[in-house]
Write a new protein. Structure first.
Length: 593
């Protein structure tokens, strides 16, 4: 046993620390710490980051009592406060303006609508200078303020949720009257539903000759959005961003819905908000546009935003005017941070710069520790344990299929599996490959992704791995539903997952009489090998899957070819290969291995 310095009281340790820092705290050499960690199956270097549990195990082995450092307990409390972002009604809470995000299909007029609303405000004499783009702005309608976030797209909307920031109170869904409901419209609907945000539909472009608002309303019903006119509870307003028709009605309905929602926040408590945009300015340094959700943010406040911190030097509103403070739902651009924070980061005001710095450093290390330990989100394998522990009441699913006709039977089959303990809910479904947008939604909603006869795009797969989002792929419906049912009952067996080893691009086709077509390929990434499974991809479609018939370098048969080299490939039992096709090589391994 290592010789330990005399310790008269329990040693305080943070939630995460390096091996060297633990050694210094315990008064032993880093080598001794590394040896103790190895006994617990943890391989670590001197500068590796470990969590409190691993550190406590080392301390117990050498007879030292430890406890969590109090600053970490404060950080947990600060994070919990920030994540609630004023949604709980506090004793000092007062009515605050609603925060509105505009969603919809590309080219349906989201930006034009926001510009028209902003111009209406300027025309009303509210502008006190040149309007600058800071990612959010406020307008006033009949004495009531409304805050609009003009960061476009449901991906940005969902990315904020993925970082723990539920910014939006109301979503405005823009649908073009001449174009109708489109794929991105459906995605926007599902993203808003997953966030449990009430929607108002703005049927735009009613001034165009081909406008047909009634057709739009009927299409919306097909996707579960039933407007008031048809007996539902969704407000629908016909508008024209071009002429301004209906804009007042839209603002009026936003004010009314906000009154119904009774949005409140306490302006007297320390501020908590969200960074909706950020940039690095050559003259002023890191800048962040922050939407205050609760409390009042003041110039001079010490703040922590994600893994950075600072003291607010200056704050500006959307008109470029300096302000001393910003209350609930107010957007301001602030300077004084040490680094540029990611959009969607939670901001909290703390008592002093030391606390801000310690909190930011703690978050950085927590992220490093989570990454080192392979932190994962919801998974089918662990589902039963989470249900038993009472941590999961609902299994959210993002469903992607090869064709539209498969969606409804699979959705119904999955939702029928709901039990008294946990409800199965398909929060988004569509035909096509699994995209980054799907992964973002799954991460924000603690969902799993199920693919039926489809596959993830490479960038989406990488994002899923990084974000701990489970992606399951199936070709038979009953196997899909059986796995979910077994997971709910705690009987799911470990599954195999696909691991992509490399890709080869087909650049030329050679016909050899006794062998058929041979693909002249260039290995673009990873490696290709004879013992691997292979898929042939044409565009985004998979046209064949099987094994290699041959793999050659020049005239020689080889076992594998690395990235950056050319090779000749023959496919076993498949001859219809074309220039431009991509061969994807993969193998199966046990989930979690």
């Amino acid at each position: 046993m290592a010789e330990v310095k005399a310790v008269t009281a329990a040693v305080e340790l943070p939630d995460v620390m390096t091996v060297k820092e633990l050694a210094d705290a315990l008064g032993i050499s880093p080598v001794e710490v590394i040896k103790e960690l190895m006994k617990h199956g943890i391989m670590a270097s001197v500068n590796a980051v470990i969590n409190f549990d691993a550190a406590a195990a080392v301390a117990r082995e050498i007879g030292v009592e430890v406890e969590r450092r109090s600053v970490q307990r404060r950080e947990v409390a600060v994070a919990a406060e920030a994540r609630k972002l004023g949604r709980d009604v506090e004793p000092g809470a007062v009515i605050r303006p609603p925060v509105v995000t505009v969603l919809g299909h590309v080219d349906h007029g989201k930006t034009s609508l926001l510009d028209r609303i902003r111009r209406a405000e300027v025309a009303a004499g509210e502008a006190g200078g040149i309007t600058q783009h800071i990612g959010a702005y406020q307008v006033e309608h009949k004495g009531q303020r409304i805050t609009f976030i003009d960061t476009p797209g449901h991906e940005a909307f969902t990315a904020m949720r993925a970082r723990g920031a539920q910014v939006t109170d109301i979503a405005v869904l823009v649908v073009a009257a001449d174009d109708g409901v489109m794929p991105q419209t459906i995605e926007a609907i599902n993203h808003a539903r997953a966030a449990e945000v009430p929607m108002i539909v703005a049927v735009n472009k009613i001034d165009l000759p081909g406008a047909n608002p009634d057709r739009v309303k009927q299409q919306l019903v097909q996707h579960g959005v039933v407007i008031e006119e048809y007996g539902g509870d969704t407000i629908c307003v016909p508008v024209s961003a071009k002429t301004g028709e209906g804009i007042d009605d839209l603002l009026e309905n936003l004010v009314v819905l906000a009154e119904v929602l009774e949005l409140k926040a306490d302006p007297k408590r320390p501020a908590a908000g969200v960074a909706v945009e950020s940039t690095l300015d050559r003259n002023r340094g890191p800048l962040a546009t922050v939407l205050v959700k609760t409390g009042t943010l003041r110039r001079g406040d010490a703040v922590v935003v994600d893994e950075t911190w600072g003291r607010i030097k200056a704050m500006f509103n959307e008109r470029g005017q300096q302000v001393k403070e910003a209350g609930p739902s107010a957007p301001v651009q602030l300077s004084g941070l040490q680094e540029v924070p990611p959009a969607g980061s939670v901001l909290t005001a703390v008592k002093d710069e030391r606390t801000a710095k310690e909190t930011a450093e703690s978050r950085r290390r927590e992220r490093q520790a989570a990454a080192a330990q392979g932190h994962r989100g919801v998974s089918l394998d662990a589902l039963f344990g989470e249900i038993t522990a009472g941590n999961v009441k609902q299994l959210n699913v993002v469903l992607k299929t090869d064709v539209h006709g498969s969606i409804e039977p699979i959705r119904m089959s999955l939702e029928r599996l709901s039990t008294d303990q946990v409800k199965v809910r398909v929060i988004h479904s569509a035909a096509g490959t699994i995209t980054e947008s799907d992964v973002m939604l799954a991460e924000a909603s603690d969902a799993i992704i199920i693919g039926f006869n489809t596959r993830p795009e490479p960038a989406a797969l990488a994002m899923a791995e990084q974000g701990g989002v489970e992606v399951r792929q199936y070709r038979i419906i009953y196997q899909l539903t059986e796995d979910v049912q077994k997971a709910l009952a705690g009987m799911l067996e470990p599954v195999m997952k696909e691991v992509v080893d490399g890709h080869a691009e087909v650049r030329r086709i050679f016909h050899i009489s006794r062998l058929g077509n041979i693909a002249g390929c260039y290995v673009t990434d990873g490696h290709v090998a004879r013992n691997l499974q292979v898929r042939l991809l044409r565009g985004k479609e998979q046209v064949w899957a099987g094994r290699l018939g041959s793999l050659k370098r020049g005239k020689d048969d080889v076992r594998d070819v690395q990235s950056g080299y050319e090779c000749g490939i023959g496919l076993d039992g498949f001859d219809d290969v074309q220039e431009g096709d991509v061969l994807e090589f993969l193998h199966q391994e046990r989930q979690g291995a």
